[in-house]
Write a protein that binds this ligand. Structure first.
Ligand code: 7GP
Length: 804
């Protein structure tokens, strides 16, 4: 033991000893297990509790400091928080990773195995939810007093399996084991009502809900870098007000007796697995109101504990709406101020607007939320009245009519959010400009100062420091450790990029990550790959606009080309795919099946498989991303221009030294500006060209006529090359591309194919490639979510950090 401790710095040795004692204490007294009987999961729990103790100290001190400073609080309302695993992140942020390794080794355990035992908390679908998780970490790192509010879903995003190449959805069971990070708050339960009627008493409006449920809070503290600050993520769980009907039970109606509880719990049972469309309408609206009502009641309660003047709200409270899912916060806050606290209506709207701001995450028309007045009024009768009055007053002030909240017989939640927010932001420069020109054109004219841009970012603690130890150690040795808190310091790598020795070490770090990844692939998937092949990854939700079908079509074309001339000097590539399709999105599911069918055929091809292999890794999630990104050479960001609001995976890849092949879409534009056009493989039409091209009749046919490789690849979809047992299986995809081709796969194919040829050629010169990759890392400092959060704090929230 002494020897092991001498291997690490003295501070870590002290930490390791204390941590080990705490792990044993929690194993005994919290878990109730003797060391000799403890399973891996018990040890993980014990370590998590020991770590949580340390976070909790920081959290309570942070809360005290914020209270004493009378600081402005930020409340981030989001239906999704895709936080993934928390243990490793917490250890890294507390500076306890080495100590934990030593402590566990002493106990006969490997930290890596303990950390990997934690289930991913998948309380989100994709980018929007992961952004919220990165924001929570950055808020804590910066020391901004904040609370994240959301729903504690019993089942997060479904688990994806492949059966004969097809996606099958299974329920996700992250809460099957105890979740060690959260504090249950049975003492702070709040009532949330639905339905019923509204009436007037002595000039005051009173809402009598027909139904009520209780919201119970669960707090998970999120700690920032170096443990200086922590904020809670407060997730609400639904339960019945009277959970058990004893009367019915005593009459032998056991099922009926349990019904109230089962019904109430439905609200927080599942995360909706739709990235971009709305289903399960009524329940979804209930979820939205449920978490908004509980959160606003909580926010006002906190405010009123410290202040007695409601006029101070905008000065002390900033509420961010993460897309329109929490949009009912506008009318709810007005209701709380006007109906329940007697603030005059227009003044209540003004105060609410002073607190609220809204982030838009997509321009896809099918993803813009709207609710039928009938359904909305049935569940939230008072809110419907309030929205009508807000709409009327907004019109009154702007008679040139920028667009009503009520359009096409539906309540437009984007318009409502815009009208009720003092700032509305897009998530990349391009997206923000497109917002002004498209969805919010009319509103932007009336409120030209309301729309601002806050380009997304990612936390460098998770997405470099902890997921890529090889690279982050090299960076720290080269420029010191300051980059972890201030990612702009990565630019200090710049002078080293001309140094061959540094570039060799940079390349060696990537090569080491690829070797680890290859071993894992061989072990878990039985796929043998050459770690010197180019690792080319597209990992994200499966969607036509993200164009995984463009990628696989080009892969087919490359395969056909290799067959034509197997002796040529081909650059070996491994194509990596990962991502889930919404269960009802059949076209996306067909794309998944196609990729799996192509993978089966290509990987078994004795002629080509040494040059080209394909793998679709099932059940893509945060932890899988942490594995894939550090090992990748090429990042596929190939959406139809104008469709991807920002992207954040694109930033993680660039930071970890993968070069991008991409369109001028979302934050790709800014990545290319930052890393330099010579370190980025650009192809395809711009957003404006896309719009023009769509208007050309027969655009797809023309594109196919102009590209022999495209015609041939489509031919392979039609003749059953990849589905000999069912030759017609991919006719739908081929017809779509050759027909309407809304996402312009055919029109961008030739440019993409050519860019891929450039990529292969460039990879042939390893030293130049490594230098380009290193330049991507050195110039990715802008994409830290710390920078993004500082932007929100300064330009939207008016909040200040409480640590230096
Ligand atoms: C995503 C966008 O598609 C992505 O481009 C962006 O990086 C991310 O948000 C974070 O801003 N949108 C969603 O995940 C989503 O669910 C529907 O949008 C509201």
């Amino acid at each position: 033991m002494t020897q092991t401790l001498h291997a690490v710095p003295a501070g870590d040795a002290i930490d390791a000893t204390a941590l080990k004692a705490d792990v044993l204490k929690h194993l005994t007294f919290t878990i109730g297990r003797a060391p000799e009987d403890a399973a891996l999961g018990d040890w993980r729990m014990a370590l998590s509790f020991a770590v949580r103790d340390r976070i909790t100290e920081s959290w309570l001190a942070s809360e005290r400091a914020a209270r004493e400073a009378g600081a402005k609080r930020v409340y981030y309302l989001s239906l999704e928080f895709l936080i993934g695993r928390l243990l490793e992140d917490a250890l890294v942020n507390l500076g306890l990773a080495e100590a934990a390794e030593v402590a566990l080794r002493d106990l006969g355990l490997a930290l890596g195995e303990v950390v990997a035992d934690e289930p991913d908390a998948a309380l989100g679908n994709g980018g929007l939810g992961r952004l919220a998780a990165c924001f929570m970490e950055s808020l804590a790192t910066i020391g901004c007093p904040a609370i994240g509010y959301g729903i504690r879903y019993e089942h997060g995003l479904f688990r994806q399996q492949f059966e004969h190449g097809r996606q099958v959805e299974l329920p996700e069971l992250w809460l099957e084991q105890q979740h060690p990070w959260e504090f249950e708050r049975p003492g702070s339960r709040l009532r949330v009502g639905f339905g019923g009627h509204v009436h007037q008493v002595e000039g005051r409006t009173i809402w009598h809900p027909a139904e009520e449920v209780e919201a119970e809070a669960f707090d998970t503290p999120i700690v920032g870098w170096e443990g200086q600050w922590a904020n809670p993520l407060r997730l609400w769980s639904a339960r019945a007000v009277y959970p058990f009907d004893l009367n019915r039970f005593n009459h032998g109606d056991f099922r009926g007796a349990a019904e109230p509880e089962a019904l109430a719990r439905t609200i927080s049972r599942v995360l909706y697995p739709d990235d971009t469309t709305d289903e399960g309408k009524a329940l979804r609206l209930k979820q939205e109101y449920f978490f908004v009502a509980a959160s606003l009641a909580d926010i006002l309660c906190r405010f009123e504990r410290d202040f007695d003047d409601l006029a101070l709200l905008p000065e002390k409270v900033a509420i961010q709406l993460n897309d329109t899912h929490p949009a009912v916060a506008g009318p709810e806050l007005v209701r709380l101020l006007h109906d329940e606290r007697g603030v005059e209506f227009s003044r209540a709207v003004e105060i609410a607007r002073g607190c609220l701001s809204y982030t838009n995450h997509t321009l896809l028309p099918e993803a813009l939320e709207s609710w039928s007045e009938g359904l909305f009024g049935h569940l939230l009768p008072r809110h419907l009245e309030i929205i009508e009055r807000i709409d009327a007053e907004h019109y009154g002030a702007h008679p040139d009519r920028p667009g009503s909240i009520f359009e096409h017989g539906e309540i437009q939640m984007g318009t409502l959010s815009f009208v009720m927010a003092h700032k509305v932001n897009g998530v990349s420069a391009l997206h923000t400009e497109l917002m002004k020109e498209t969805v919010f054109e009319g509103l932007h004219q009336v409120h030209p100062d309301r729309i601002v841009n806050q380009t997304n970012g990612v936390t460098p603690r998770r997405w470099l420091k902890s997921c890529n130890a090889a690279l982050s150690d090299l960076i720290t040795e080269t420029i010191g450790a300051g980059w972890v808190r201030d990612l702009s310091q990565l630019e200090r790598l710049e002078p080293h990029l001309g140094d061959g020795a540094f570039i060799n070490r940079y390349a060696a770090a990537k090569r080491a990550n690829k070797a680890v990844f290859s071993n894992w692939l061989a072990g878990d998937y039985g796929l043998k790959v050459d770690p010197d092949a180019m690792f080319d990854a597209q990992i994200k939700r499966i969607h036509e606009y993200k164009r995984q079908h463009l990628n696989i079509l080009q892969t087919i074309a490359a395969w056909q080309a290799i067959h034509d001339d197997p002796q040529a000097d081909w650059t070996p590539r491994l194509k990596i795919f990962g991502g889930k399709a919404a269960p009802g999105y059949h076209f996306a599911k067909d794309i998944i099946r196609l990729i799996n069918d192509v993978a089966a055929r290509l990987n078994a091809d004795p002629v080509t498989s040494k040059y080209l292999q394909v793998i679709f890794l099932p059940n893509y999630n945060v932890s899988l991303a942490e594995r894939i990104i550090p090992a990748s050479d090429l990042s596929e960001q190939i959406s139809t221009a104008g469709k991807e609001a920002s992207g954040t995976g694109n930033m993680k890849f660039a930071l970890n030294g993968a070069l991008t092949i991409g369109t001028l879409d979302g934050a790709n534009v800014e990545i290319r500006e930052q890393v330099g056009p010579e370190n980025f493989f650009l192809f395809g039409m711009t957003a404006a060209e896309v719009t023009a091209r769509r208007a050309v009749p027969d655009h797809a046919r023309r594109a196919i006529e102009g590209s022999a490789p495209l015609a041939r690849a489509l031919g392979a979809l039609r003749d059953g090359t990849f589905s000999p047992d069912e030759p017609g299986r991919y006719h739908g995809i081929a017809d779509n591309i050759a027909g309407g081709d809304h996402f312009l796969v055919a029109s961008d194919f030739a440019a993409y194919h050519a860019a891929q040829t450039d990529v292969s050629r460039a990879y042939g010169d390893r030293e130049t490639w490594a230098r380009m990759a290193a330049r991507n890392t050195a110039r990715s400092g802008w994409f830290s979510s710390d920078r993004t959060i500082r932007g929100y704090m300064g330009e939207i929230w008016g909040a200040a950090p409480l640590i230096d």
